[in-house]
Design a protein around this ligand. Structure first.
Ligand SMILES: Cc1cc2nc3c(=O)[nH]c(=O)nc-3n(C[C@H](O)[C@H](O)[C@H](O)COP(=O)(O)OP(=O)(O)OC[C@H]3O[C@@H](n4cnc5c(N)ncnc54)[C@H](O)[C@@H]3O)c2cc1C
Length: 489
């Protein structure tokens, strides 16, 4: 089909979604029969060259809008995905520009990976000079400013965000790990952070419940923080909703995105078609759909001649929460150094067929309400989100190796336990993908943050807004590692 037909919607001009009120700009019939002569382009991300991303030549076919039942609304920016990445991007546009923003989600905020996150806003396991370093540093700074802005409104960041400056302890238990930790501390200090190496005796003073052996030690970053992902998302959403009365913000939840509608005359994406609505976008569409972004991009272009492969994969994680677990209260966020191996582990194409690559590493902290939060597992299990009790047992056993007090308890006897499951958006090259899709310059991707999406969110949001707004001062070189790039194949 070579034409687009979007009918006038007789629906009301106010949209009420989950308590938010937004404006609705009606569109009258838009139709064109122009065939768009796209030139043949091959593109993808440089780091993703194993995955071929193709953009075929030929006429563009449009998916017909579900025009008879759908409501039509117009915004400057439409964001797909209400996880931490989508919500913070929306916030960035609302505070940093005068653009109007819609956030669309197939379910609700925190129904994806965000709702499972442990909440570490950490620099301790980031590598100075790496491609993600500047983004991590910027994000860390922005999170601190964010918490301060909450204080400035006479609100308690602990109550509102679960924000605690606990400091982070990265714990080693053999000579090799201790050497690694000392080197880590040296690098972080050289990069300008406050970091300290703690031998076992000092470590024990800071966390008395830790089991300290002959070869125990830790890297300590006193300025690392943690938040509660759910509380933080709720707060950001609430603040974003304040812009609804000004006609600048709307939410469309329980409304999965089905396809994109493109203009024949310019080739630009001009609307996002959800199951219930047609959302016109004057300036940009941002795809921030976490681990679903790859399949979503594929679906969005299914009825066109475009083939777009974004190789983001779901990496399942379990987290165990023991509510009000008084026998063990931790003063800091803790993590075993082995976590960094699993976190950074990338998957060769050949390995994809070799099982789920399950790993469990200890990460333990006490959250804002006194719950003991124990993490976490990593595995490739497709989009499955069922609880696997054997993995929960594994998390418990691993935690008890570091905190022997847990051995006094049987997990089965603990009644007030909860399990959180999330699908981390994993990229094979370990880097998020942030940038415009080549040849679709008003469509932006922001995904693939794997186990760092909370900590990298605010820097990512700023980066996306800078790109959309073409802010020349901040469009600097450090944006390049994450771009969706053209590959010659
Ligand atoms: C156990 C665990 C512990 C973690 N701990 C930490 C930590 O301590 N620190 C840290 O920085 N990070 C941590 N992470 C990682 C972090 O949670 C993720 O990187 C982050 O939440 C990703 O956010 P996102 O917005 O990209 O994705 P998501 O939160 O998954 O959001 C994507 C959204 O897109 C929506 N969507 C999908 N398809 C569609 C569609 N067709 N139409 C509309 N909407 C759609 C989904 O419903 C979802 O709400 C952890 C993750 C896990 C699983």
């Amino acid at each position: 089909m070579d034409s687009i037909l979007l009918r006038y919607s007789p629906n009301s001009t106010l949209v009420h979604q989950n308590g938010a009120v937004s404006f609705s700009t009606r569109r009258t019939t838009a139709s064109t029969t122009t065939t768009l002569p796209f030139k043949s382009t091959l593109f993808g991300n440089k780091t993703l060259s194993r995955e071929k991303t193709r953009f075929r030549p030929g006429p563009v076919h449009f998916s017909a809008a579900n025009s008879t039942s759908a409501s039509c609304h117009t915004f400057d920016v439409v964001i797909i995905g209400a996880g931490i990445i989508g919500l913070t991007i929306a916030r960035q546009f609302l505070f940093g520009s005068d653009l109007s923003v819609a956030v669309v989600d197939k379910a609700l905020p925190c129904s994806g990976a965000t709702g499972a996150g442990q909440g570490y806003i950490w620099m301790i396991h980031k590598t100075p000079g790496s491609e993600k370093w500047d983004l991590a540093m910027r994000s860390h700074k922005l999170w601190k400013k964010f918490a301060e802005s909450v204080s400035d409104q006479c609100l308690d960041p602990l109550q509102v965000l679960g924000w605690k400056k606990t400091g982070s302890l990265l714990i080693g238990r053999n000579p090799k790990e201790l050497v690694l930790l000392q080197e880590t501390v040296k690098q972080l200090c050289e990069a300008g952070l406050r970091a300290e190496y703690l031998p076992g005796s000092d470590l024990l003073q800071m966390e008395p419940e830790l089991m300290i052996g002959e070869h125990s030690g830790a890297a300590f970053l006193p300025d690392d923080c943690q938040l509660d992902a759910r509380h933080t998302a709720v707060y950001i959403e609430k603040v974003n909703r304040d812009f609804a009365s000004k006609g600048r913000y709307a939410e469309f939840f329980h409304d999965p995105v089905k396809c994109l509608l493109r203009s024949h005359s310019t080739g630009e994406v001009e609307a996002v078609q959800t199951s219930k609505n047609t959302l016109y976008c004057k300036k940009a569409v941002v795809v921030a759909a976490g681990c679903w972004s790859g399949s979503l991009m594929h679906d969005l272009f299914r009825e066109t001649d475009i083939v777009l492969d974004v190789p983001v994969k779901p990496r399942k994680g379990h987290l165990l929460v023991l509510e009000n677990f008084n026998p063990l209260k931790l003063n800091h966020g803790t993590m075993e150094v082995g976590y960094t191996y699993h976190h950074n582990l990338t998957m060769d194409p050949g390995q994809q067929e070799n099982g789920q690559m399950l790993s469990i590493s200890m990460g333990a902290t006490t959250d804002m309400t006194g719950n003991l939060v124990l993490g976490s597992s990593r595995q490739f299990a497709g989009f499955d989100t069922e609880v696997d009790e054997s993995i929960i047992d594994g998390i418990w056993i691993r935690a008890a190796e570091f905190f022997p007090k847990l051995r006094d308890f049987s997990l089965t006897d603990l009644r007030s336990r909860k399990v959180r499951i999330g699908l981390r958006p994993y990229m094979p090259d370990g880097k998020p993908i942030i940038g415009p899709v080549p040849s679709l310059s008003n469509v932006f991707l922001a995904t693939g943050h794997e186990g760092e999406g909370l900590s990298l969110a605010l820097g990512t949001a700023e980066m996306v807004a800078d790109m959309v707004l073409q802010n020349p001062q901040r469009l600097m070189e450090h944006h390049l590692p994450f771009r969706v790039d053209v590959v010659d194949i």
